[in-house]
Design a protein around this ligand. Structure first.
Ligand SMILES: [Fe+2]
Length: 256
């Protein structure tokens, strides 16, 4: 059995949706797919994607990204209600958003957001970052509280599925540490670092004893080992990013 990972499919782009729909109906029947967030802000397109992927893989596992939690176009009450709707949709299509144990392998999704543990947002970022307008949170919830709410829902202490596992793969949409961004990123693109993730995720994946951690969101693909954990980003990305994203599934683990 193989474990594949991809994030940031952004199926609002017809090219991206077409890629997903042309995946083999036979090749992945015994495999797992980790979907590390940012399918679409449209529940209809997310449902279409879940349906197509669940037909192709033995197990599809998913965590929502920020785009998936936008409510500006679907009129939902707030982004927590959107999360409830995504969980219901996943359940209907056999897509899993909770930990899974398969023999010696544990797969653990980690909800997240950003709490500015990677830096304070500038005024320029506040002007351009769409989440500030497209997400709605109940009164009293700032981004620190949202991060606390999401990470507080993660099954980490203890995680029954991870106990005694020979391989633990955790995954999140958001980055668990900012040094996953490579040194070559130019200064002007570092504007978004404050909204890339939270160090709470790093604490949680270490508590889990993760061997691998799959993440998305940055659209900067990486495969790097830090202090015994291998971090992997395999973003599909926007069509305009095809010169630096792989735009294919990545096999991150194979069981014997
Ligand atoms: Fe994202």
């Amino acid at each position: 059995m193989r474990v594949f990972a991809v994030s940031d499919l952004h199926v609002d782009y017809p090219l991206n949706l077409a890629w997903l729909q042309q995946l083999s109906l036979h090749d992945y029947r015994h495999d797992v797919l980790i979907l590390a967030g940012d399918l679409s802000d449209s529940l209809e397109l997310i449902a279409e994607s879940f349906e197509a992927l669940a037909r192709r893989f033995a197990h599809v596992m998913y965590v929502p990204g920020n785009h998936d939690l936008w409510v500006n176009r679907d009129g939902m009450r707030d982004s927590f209600a959107k999360l409830d709707a995504l969980q219901a949709l996943a359940g209907q299509h056999g897509v899993r958003m909770t930990p899974l144990r398969l023999g010696g392998l544990a797969l653990v999704p980690l909800l997240g957001w950003y709490d500015y543990s990677f830096g304070e947002p500038s005024d320029a970022l506040k002007n351009v970052w769409m989440d500030y307008r497209a997400c709605v949170w109940p009164s009293g919830y700032d981004d620190v509280a949202v991060t606390g709410e999401f990470t507080g829902r993660n099954a980490v202490a203890p995680c029954q599925e991870a106990e005694g596992a020979t391989t633990v793969i955790s995954f999140s949409h958001f980055l668990p540490r900012i040094d996953l961004m490579p040194d070559f990123v130019p200064e002007r693109h570092r504007l978004i670092y404050p909204v890339l993730g939270t160090s709470v995720l790093e604490t949680q994946l270490r508590q889990l004893g993760a061997h691998f951690h799959v993440y998305g969101h940055s659209h900067v693909n990486r495969h790097v080992t830090i202090d015994g954990v291998t971090y992997i980003n395999n973003a599909f990305g926007y069509p305009s990013e095809s010169h630096f994203t792989a735009r294919q599934l990545l096999c991150v683990h194979t069981t014997a």
